[in-house]
Write a protein of this length. Sequence first.
Length: 75
Amino acid sequence: MKLSDHEAMAVISGLQSYEHLVLTPEVALLAADLSIQYKLAMADSIVLAHATSISEILLTLDHDFLSIPGVNVLQ
């Protein structure tokens, strides 16, 4: 699916309204630990590490997170 320039700019504008989290060395190290502990792919562990670092519950549709505390997996 190809977006027009106008549609692409609308998407970018919408995304800019969300908070952006920086992958700090501390979050990266936490992600590595979580990846090993829960046998997660690195991208999944980075998402979980960010949620953990700001004391938030991770809400996901990804069933790889089913047995992980602090994660709500929507069915």
